[in-house]
Structures are given as structure tokens and as C-alpha cells.
Design a protein around this ligand. Structure first.
Ligand code: DAH
Length: 352
């Protein structure tokens, strides 16, 4: 029995010496000092020993147990230290390395352009008036002199939200910012119905059209509407205001022209072109060889519209326009596909 204990001690210490990691050490513990280890078997078989053997074997077994336990403790420290040294070596932290730079957010290019437009108009005395995106047919069309089956409605294919039981007045997404003219005129007129105050406002916001999405047309886009109402306002005021805006927006030397056009809510109506930025007027793909790029529609507010807004057309006159910030940005920055605006591709957005 004493020889057996010697043998147990020898082989246990030998296998312990070879151990370098915690997992192996845990298995060693189970195998050599655990409950079913050969050493513990000796203790378990104690009862079968003779009276003379018991004290001798007992003392020796306790000694071996003590030796193995302290060897285990020693080894355990060694393994832990080695693991610590290893992780210190491998996980070196270089506090002098430069940090990773943080991506800085920015305003969407449309918002940037919208703000440029509104800043210029503010300098010219136009206050911002915001109006709703969900409208009724009455406000989006009828009050603006489009009767229910007027062919000009085809120019603005419409997203309808609710039509059931609303007859000729379904709820829809506004197709242009022009219904804001009616809201604004009525609000201003209500402050003094007998002698309504003059108006000089810019109405920015998102518009929606039921269109096939292509490089040239989107189902949503911003517009900035302008509206000036007062006594003795003439087409000359409209021309001067637009010309001033174009020079502030596109540069002192920018050339522009007015071209007769048609809108139900203005009379007379015009469209404004600026000289092509790309070819300088010589003719190119962007301007389709005309040398000009259309930037807005405008006109003198139609008497019916003034009336609908609460302004007597015999006393008041005014002008209005509607322009598109995305379109301006496309012309200015030679962007050839309007889908980039809402495509959310950071490679596009990052350039602004
Ligand atoms: N509402 C027109 C559109 O969306 C743009 C427009 C044209 C607005 C002439 C106006 C205007 O105020 O006078 O196509």
C-alpha cells in the first residue's frame, strides 16, 4: 500500500509538471485529488486495513494528499501568472494611436438649397408661411380656379387619400404649394376683412405627384411658392422680383427670360428660364440645345383666386410663383438624376 501511494504521488506530480493551462489543470484536479481519484480510493478503502497498517498508511496518505494539494496550489498560481503575462503581451494598448474619426452628419442637400432660397427671399422681405401637406380637392384645385374636370388637372396627377362620400372634394396629398396661397390670404384677410393687409410670403414644402419615377420625375419634391398681394402691384413688380432673385441665386451675370405660359390660377402667366449653366447658352444636352433652362412658373394672381382668398380683385392685385429647390440644385450642380435626392446613397449625400 505504501508503494502504491508512492506510485500515485510520483505519477501525479509528473503529470502536473507538464501542465501549462487552466483547462488541463482543472482535469488534473479531478483526476488526482477528486473524489474518485486513486488517492481518495485509498482513503475509501481504509476500513479494510489491519490495525498495524492503519496509522502508517494513514500518515503516508495524508502526506501525499498534502503534497499534491500544495503542488496544485503552486501550479495554479503559475498558470494564472502565465495567462496574465500572455494577455498583457498580446493585448497591448497603444494610447498614442490616433482615434477613429467620427462621421459628421449634415443637412440633406434639398434642405440646404431650401434654406438658401428662403434666406434670399427673407432678405427681399418675404416671410415664411408653412402650410399643410394633406389637402382637400377644394383647396388644391377648385379654389385655384381648376373646376372638377378641368384638363389642367392632368398636369398634376394626384395621390388621393380618401374619396368615399366626399363627392367632388376628396382628400389628397397636395400636388403643389399653391393651396397655401388660399390658406394664407384667408388668414391675413380675417385680421381685417374690410381692408385686408398686404402679403409678402414664401411658402416652402413637400409636394406629391402620382408619377412614374424616372431620372426626370419623382413622386415627391419640394416647392417654394411666392406670393405678394397689395394695392397697385403690377407685372413689372413680378419681373423685378424674379430678376433680383435669379441674380442673388445664380450670380450677378445670370441672364433670364420670361416666356408666356398658362396656369389656371394666374393671368397672365409666364415661365422663367435662365441661361444654361452648362454651355453658357450655346446649346447642349442639358438644355436640349435651347440654351435655356426652365426654373419656375409665375404670373399675376387670377381675380378668381384673389376673390377666393378674401381679397377684392377690384382693389387688390398680386403676383405669385412656384419653383423647385431640387431642380435648381440639379441645374447648379449638374445632377442628372432626380432619384438621387431620396435614394439615400451617402456617396451622393456626402458631396454636399
Ligand atoms: N403650382 C405650379 C406647379 O406646381 C407652379 C406655379 C406656377 C405656382 C405659377 C405659381 C404660379 O404660384 O404663379 O406647377
Amino acid at each position: 500500500m505504501l508503494d502504491k501511494l508512492k506510485e500515485i504521488e510520483k505519477s501525479a506530480l509528473e503529470s502536473l509538471a507538464a501542465i501549462t493551462d487552466q483547462t488541463a489543470l482543472d482535469s488534473w484536479r479531478v483526476a488526482n485529488v477528486g473524489r474518485s481519484s486513486p488517492l481518495m480510493q485509498v482513503f475509501a478503502g481504509f476500513g479494510k486495513l489491519s490495525k498495524e497498517e492503519k496509522p502508517v498508511v494513514g500518515a503516508e496518505a495524508n502526506r501525499v494528499k498534502g503534497t499534491l494539494e500544495s503542488a496544485l496550489e503552486e501550479k495554479s498560481k503559475e498558470v494564472k501568472n502565465a495567462a496574465l503575462a500572455k494577455s498583457l503581451e498580446e493585448e497591448k494598448l497603444d494610447v498614442t494611436l490616433p482615434g477613429r474619426s467620427v462621421n459628421i452628419g449634415r443637412l440633406h442637400p434639398s434642405t440646404q438649397q431650401l434654406r438658401r432660397v428662403l434666406a434670399i427671399l427673407a432678405e427681399m422681405g418675404f416671410q415664411v408661411y408653412t402650410s399643410r401637406e394633406v389637402e382637400t380637392d377644394e383647396m388644391n384645385f377648385q379654389m385655384l380656379n381648376f373646376p372638377p374636370d378641368h384638363p389642367a388637372r392632368d398636369m398634376q396627377d394626384t395621390f388621393f387619400i380618401e374619396a368615399n362620400g366626399r363627392g367632388d372634394n376628396p382628400i389628397l396629398m397636395r400636388t403643389h404649394t399653391s393651396p397655401g396661397q388660399i390658406h394664407a390670404m384667408r388668414e391675413y384677410a380675417a385680421t381685417n376683412p374690410q381692408d385686408p393687409p398686404p402679403i409678402r410670403i414664401a411658402l416652402p414644402g413637400m409636394c406629391f405627384r402620382y408619377e412614374q419615377i424616372t431620372a426626370r420625375s419623382e413622386i415627391q419634391f419640394n416647392q417654394v411658392e411666392g406670393l405678394a398681394i397689395g394695392k397697385n402691384i403690377t407685372f413689372a413688380d413680378l419681373k423685378g422680383t424674379i430678376a433680383d432673385f435669379v441674380r442673388r441665386m445664380f450670380g450677378e451675370g445670370a441672364r433670364l427670360r420670361f416666356r408666356a405660359s398658362y396656369f389656371p390660377f394666374t393671368e397672365p402667366s409666364a415661365e422663367v428660364d435662365v441661361e444654361c449653366f452648362v454651355c453658357g447658352g450655346k446649346g447642349c444636352q442639358v438644355c436640349k440645345n435651347s440654351g435655356w433652362l426652365e426654373i419656375l412658373g409665375c404670373g399675376m394672381v387670377h381675380p378668381v383666386v384673389l376673390q377666393n382668398g378674401g381679397y377684392d380683385p377690384k382693389i387688390y392685385s398680386g403676383f405669385a410663383w412656384g419653383m423647385g429647390p431640387e431642380r435648381q440644385l440639379m441645374l447648379r450642380n449638374k445632377i442628372n438624376d432626380i432619384r438621387y435626392f431620396w435614394g439615400n446613397d451617402v456617396r451622393f449625400l456626402e458631396q454636399f
